[in-house]
Design a protein around this ligand. Structure first.
Ligand code: F6P
Length: 322
């Protein structure tokens, strides 16, 4: 049987032709980005530029190129109103605000510090609908999201996509230059035996996170009565992808070091899209207190604590905080 292509899948599942077109455009941005990632050493695209992005981070050459590719590919969508990019301080208005028009929030190249060490990086995106004709309403709430996804540039390039009810994964077939459905109905198992957190910040964590991780580390003789494994890719896409494939929980909590900024990861183009995906796959996603999809955005580059993955773990952490 012929595998289902992304185009065939979108025709059946996207609901609106304009949304299908926008997802196709995002996918078409991911092919050249995947090629650029593969060839980054050959093309002299490793190392850093002299530019600083809105988060105060030094940009990699591919951060900038990937952003340009997203803008070029997606701006031609006739229903697109605005772009919110990790790499651009201000919101880019492609068309005037109009109720129901799309807003695309995206991180064109997440985890880009992994490029120079040849580890997986990705692109993350969320599509929402404008609540009104007012430009003031451009920052989406979780309930405004109509689709989210990510591309992972690893040993293969995959696109993982949700419209809110299920999560499906497509692999880029470089022979035909098309994404084909290889991972239908991705799920996050409710129980975890693996956690992902940057342990070097242990001294900054609050008591809740310290005691959660300490309980996991005590293994079968501790309160969790089982052994936990640990992984940290320093690439949110790669860590979340692993959780969608084999389970686990991901934590980037607020801590004594990052609390003034409100956390580390960005709400609109990291936390919210991943929360939508993980929830559609049966997992949980919280800032520690409320669901990530209920966190209100006040600024385009707002940060938030992120805890997502196996529901048993996210519920446990939320209960411990309360
Ligand atoms: O926000 C960018 C990012 O690279 C994420 O993809 C990743 O989860 C995180 O930062 C890694 O942060 P750290 O280097 O502090 O472990």
């Amino acid at each position: 049987m012929q595998p289902t292509t992304l185009s065939e899948y979108l025709a059946r599942n996207a609901g609106e032709a304009a949304l299908s077109d926008l997802i196709e455009r995002i996918a078409s941005a991911c092919w050249p980005i995947s090629d650029l990632v593969n060839a980054s050493a050959l093309a002299g695209h490793q190392g850093s530029t002299d530019e600083i992005n809105p988060q105060g981070e030094v940009q990699k050459p591919l951060d900038i190129l990937a952003d340009e590719i997203f803008v070029r590919s997606c701006s031609a969508n006739t229903n697109l109103s605005a772009l919110i990019s990790e790499e651009v301080e201000e919101i880019t208005w492609v068309n005037p605000a109009q109720t129901g028009a799309y807003v695309l929030a995206y991180d064109p190249l997440d985890g880009s510090s992994n490029l120079d060490v040849d580890l997986s990086v990705g692109s993350i995106f969320a599509v929402s609908k404008l609540r009104s004709d007012s430009a003031e309403d451009v920052l989406p709430n979780g309930s405004d999201l109509i689709s989210s996804g990510y591309a992972i540039y690893g040993p293969s390039t995959m696109l993982v996509l949700t419209f809110g009810e299920r999560v499906d994964g497509f692999t880029l077939d470089k022979n035909t230059d098309s994404f084909v459905l290889t991972h239908p109905h991705m799920t996050v198992p409710p129980h975890a035996i693996e956690f992902a957190i940057n342990v070097s910040f242990l001294r900054h964590w609050d008591e809740t996170i310290q005691s959660y991780i300490s309980d996991c580390l005590q293994g079968p003789d501790g309160p969790r009565q089982k052994s936990f494994n640990m992984r940290w890719m320093a690439s949110m896409v790669a860590d979340v992808h692993r959780i969608l494939i084999r389970g686990g929980v991901f934590l980037y909590p607020v801590d004594a070091d990052n609390h003034l900024a409100g956390g580390n990861l960005r709400l609109l183009y990291e936390a919210m899209p991943m929360a939508m995906i993980v929830e559609a796959a049966g997992g949980g996603a919280t800032d520690g207190h409320i669901p990530l999809l209920d966190v209100a955005a006040a600024t385009p580059h707002q940060r938030t604590p992120v805890i997502l993955g196996a529901r048993e773990e996210t519920d446990l952490i939320r209960a411990a905080y309360s």
